[in-house]
Design a protein around this ligand. Sequence first.
Ligand SMILES: Cc1cc2nc3c(=O)[nH]c(=O)nc-3n(C[C@H](O)[C@H](O)[C@H](O)COP(=O)(O)OP(=O)(O)OC[C@H]3O[C@@H](n4cnc5c(N)ncnc54)[C@H](O)[C@@H]3O)c2cc1C
Length: 628
Amino acid sequence: MPNFLKDNEDLLYYLDRGLDWDPLVRATERDSTEYPTTADAVDVYREVASLVGGFVGDEMAPRAAAIDREGLSLVDGEVVFPEILERLFVQIRGLDLHGLCVPRELGGMNGPLLLYFVTAELMARADVSVMSHHSFHGGVAMALLVFSMREGTTKLRDGKVVETRFREAIEEIVRGDAWGAMDITEPHAGSDMAELRTRAVQDDEGRWFVTGQKIFITSGHGKYHLVIARTEDRAAGGDDAFVGLAGLSMFLVKAYEDRPDGTRHRFATVDRLEEKLGHHGSATCSVTFDRTPAELIGKRGEGFSYMLTLMNNARLGVGFECIGLCEAAYRAALDYARERPTMGKTIDRHEMIADYLDEMRTDIQGLRALAMHGAYHEELAQKLGLSGDANAETEKRVRRHKRKARRVTPLLKYLAAEKAVEMARRSLQIHGGNGYTKDYPAERLLRDALVMPIYEGTSQIQALMAMKDRLSGILKDPRAFVGRMAQARWRAISARDPLERRVARLGLVSLGVQQHLMMRTAGDKFRSLQGKSIAEWPDRFLKNWDPKRDFAFAMLHAERLTRILADELTTEILLEQSTRHPERREVLERYLERAEPRCRHLADVITTTGDRLLEQLSVVDEAAHAAE
Ligand SMILES: Cc1cc2nc3c(=O)[nH]c(=O)nc-3n(C[C@H](O)[C@H](O)[C@H](O)COP(=O)(O)OP(=O)(O)OC[C@H]3O[C@@H](n4cnc5c(N)ncnc54)[C@H](O)[C@@H]3O)c2cc1C
């Protein structure tokens, strides 16, 4: 098999020149003298990525079908992995990949998160389920470190960790001796986290204990669980989701301890291993906690906010994971299409198939631009924010990076997951009847892809987040929105570069849709003032926005808006790349050719449909209220 890094020109672009590595290397290395220059650091990052690219191409990809076939089992409450997977993890451990981003003083390699994301994409191209399993090593170790820095229990000297309360867990994970897991979902609460019921209580001596059941937990067989549990009751009668979220706290829970005599004592039990459609190399477990000892992270009630930090990284990670899967689907389809003749030529030469392949290639490049941009800004926001450099300039930079990362994350999670499914399906179609058999990887890729729009926040939840962020931003600062519109109009006619004009015109389509959604939202709100006294109007209009009622029209179209926002941002990023590196103009041109008609169509749907369905829903809601 080829080296999965070296055969990927688009990915190499980011390691070679597509990113401004200097701030990232400085924020990662701080006062260390490990690398004399940024170029030296990036050389090492490239070597690591190349090592992983070779390993996954030679060792992981050829075993993906066998791992899928053999799967995992639950024996006496412990997850048992097939030997083929155990051996792969011994190799991963040998490469020191579990501690890729963990500081050197804790046994890691101190690489940037961005390098981890690059390796995640490479691994996912080989086997997305193994990648997902692997990510719960380093991911949880890094989360523990970031959490302890945020709560102030990690002490740094000269940029190095000298003390951290989670040292034992982090070092164990880095050595590859333990796994981590992130436990949020429960039987009654997936997307709706305000409904979580797992409880944590404190005894008279201040010790915490967690009781409840978590389901669908990736690597739930692992030792260290980050568990979200309820510590505060909901206000009586309140149905505001945020009241429910404010009662959640974050805990570190040790699920078991291995005794010196070789036996294992479990504090939490693995009750079930899900039999899934795909992802057969990754354990998805149901875990029960019964007065299991737990350590509170941060303060009580801060669980949701800690979880968001974890999820930001996890969602970016899923973005890269999806790109890896898309890459696998595209390349499998391309290889097959180049070999398979029908009607006098190979099928890659038939117009429709050529169009599919061209679109897949273009979409992957767009997704990667989005992912790299998001990961870059998220990492800088986190590292600068935790650096302890409390000056106005740093704070300004943190805010800027945070804003940029926040804009990308739901768009990337949404689009990459949807594209993973779309491309896996296309890949299967291009394989014809062979695609439907287990002789080719296409059917496995489709089964593996189908979970992407579900875990780490479903596509619909991502779309709601993206819509809410965008429209509430306009509500907060309408003048800035008007300014953006004027600027886009000006650029659309006066920019010297024709590609810049096209990007501005696409931006105008997006802004027009946002304006339409705001007008509709405000219009509905105005109508709700009918029959109320004028004295009540200011309060009723400017305050008390009820997302469920007031944003109904925008919620209906949130997914369409998200697709437009993703295209808008992707073309902005590709334009910025094109101005620095003219060879990227060709990528932007290809992307625009597809994005322009797509966005116009979506804008048409948003501005012309929805009223009939909303009318129906409001009749049903009113009937339900009347019956209460
Ligand atoms: C393989 C796998 C691994 C997983 N790993 C983990 C893990 O490690 N840790 C963990 O905590 N969880 C994990 N999960 C759980 C996963 O995060 C949840 O399944 C997901 O959040 C959705 O929750 P749900 O299944 O309860 O669906 P629901 O929340 O019931 O949603 C069902 C459908 O309704 C839609 N929907 C819900 N609310 C709205 C709304 N307001 N507007 C529009 N549509 C809406 C959803 O988008 C979805 O399409 C995993 C799941 C799987 C399948």
